[in-house]
Design a protein around this ligand. Structure first.
Ligand SMILES: [Zn+2]
Length: 435
């Protein structure tokens, strides 16, 4: 595949944001109709197989839970007014709340109410997947207006045997070696956390479908934790094919990029991501692996240990809007989404083109001048090749070093060394080795 430059990033960013807006209202969870509706919408964009794992299935040390669905929920005050209404925001109900229909005093109700006193206008996002309970989330300012008296509580939800769903999009390349791209799709109306990764993965798959690829690509749209564990449990026989992987999350805010390395720390994906961010011209940070975060925890558990890193802008928990109603459609920006898309394509471009070459004229430097390769060609700004890149590629192409090795050692961008290698192959000075 070719470099991802020259793409209309402006349009892509708005298309990605529009898809987030379509998915935003759905009440997703780790199981249930909201997750299925989400996958069905994505299936209109990319070829997506929707898998089912029955409730009660043991997956490694976990059990697929019963399926949760919700139709309505509200709290009425002593005057009969709806003071909390699920129809206005699906964050109002603690995700996985058991069904409730009751009347109670305010002090009893308060044990089931969650607010953020520090951010009094925002609704928190809470879940209760693995212990049976119920609750409502609301803004602290809303709670301050509640008066004593008897309140009516309704949560019209169900917890029944059903299934856990996940979506899988497989794009076959020339090799059966795979690149895994994973995102979680289990949060309700939250944009940066979950939907930004979902639309980025979708638009990457859309783009890659149109290209001839060296690697095969597998995109997973899964409920967090239980989804990746269920997928790993079902696919143990293909894990050896996965050579590189990325978890995509929190990629729509305006913060700088953060790359969290795989547990291995020195995987080609780790080096590729760092290389791209180093040369992309923007601010970024690189972090070592730690066993907290998103589904990279499962892909990098010791018995699995895949080379899967995590690409974010501002990581989870480090932006105040995280897991609140303020992680909304305004918080994620088309420009940030487009930028994340471009950097991901650059990482993929690097993986696709990283290979070893042999210098066919290794006894002294070849005479570049007589081949029109020395001081005749334009600089990189007008699409030409820098002499220094030619010299580095010639010198280090001894069959041992990859283009990524050469980029790292020379400090030149991967694109520069790739362009130099292409020019040298064209002039018969370099030969690619089989992959
Ligand atoms: Zn989250």
């Amino acid at each position: 595949m070719r470099s991802s430059r020259c793409i209309n990033d402006d349009q892509i960013g708005h298309e990605m944001h529009n898809l987030i807006a379509d998915l935003y209202p759905l009440c997703r969870s780790i199981t249930g109709n909201g997750l299925r509706q989400t996958l069905n919408i994505l299936r209109q964009q990319i070829p997506l197989e929707i898998h089912e794992v029955p409730s009660g299935t043991a997956v490694f040390d976990w059990t697929v839970p019963r399926e949760w669905n919700i139709r309505d929920a509200y709290v009425r005050n002593p005057h009969g007014q709806k003071v909390i209404d699920f129809q206005k925001s699906n964050l109002h109900v603690v995700n996985y709340s058991i069904p409730v229909q009751a009347k109670m005093r305010l002090d009893e109700l308060k044990e089931h109410l969650f607010t953020l006193p520090d951010r009094p206008d925002w609704i928190p996002y809470r879940t209760s997947y693995y212990n049976e309970s119920w609750g409502f989330c609301l803004s602290h300012n809303q709670l301050l207006q509640f008066e004593d008296g008897e309140y009516e509580v309704l949560i019209d939800s169900s917890l029944e045997d059903g299934q856990l769903n996940y979506g899988e999009c497989y794009l076959r390349g020339e090799s059966s070696d795979e690149v895994l791209i994973s995102c979680h799709a289990c949060h309700p109306s939250l944009c940066n956390d979950n939907l930004s990764g979902v639309v980025l993965a979708t638009f990457l798959a859309k783009k890659l479908r149109s290209l001839t690829l060296r690697y095969s690509y597998r995109f997973l749209f899964i409920p967090g934790t239980i989804g990746s564990i269920a997928w790993l449990w079902r696919n143990q026989d293909l894990l050896a094919r996965i050579k590189h992987g990325l978890v995509l999350v929190d990629v729509g805010d305006t913060g700088k990029f953060t790359y969290k390395k795989s547990r291995r720390g020195d995987g080609e994906i780790d080096r590729a991501a760092v290389n791209v961010l180093k040369h992309c011209g923007g601010d970024y940070q690189v972090r070592d692996f730690d066993p907290y975060g998103h589904d990279e925890r499962q892909y990098c558990s010791p018995g699995i240990n895949l080379a899967v890193g995590c690409l974010s802008r501002t990581p989870h928990g480090e932006f105040p809007e995280y897991h609140t109603s303020a992680d909304n459609l305004e918080f994620v920006k088309p420009e940030s989404l487009a930028d994340s898309w471009t950097q991901c394509l650059s990482i993929i471009h690097l993986l696709e083109n990283n290979r070893r070459y042999v210098n066919l004229n290794p006894m002294g430097e070849p005479q570049l001048g007589k081949r029109g390769l020395y001081r005749r060609i334009g600089g990189p700004k007008d699409g030409g090749v820098e002499e220094i890149s030619l010299l580095w590629v010639l010198n280090l192409s001894d069959g041992e070093n990859t283009l990524l090795d050469i980029s790292e050692r020379s400090g030149l961008s991967f694109d520069s060394v790739k362009s130099a290698a292409d020019a040298l192959v064209e002039h018969g000075l370099l030969r690619p080795l089989p992959q």
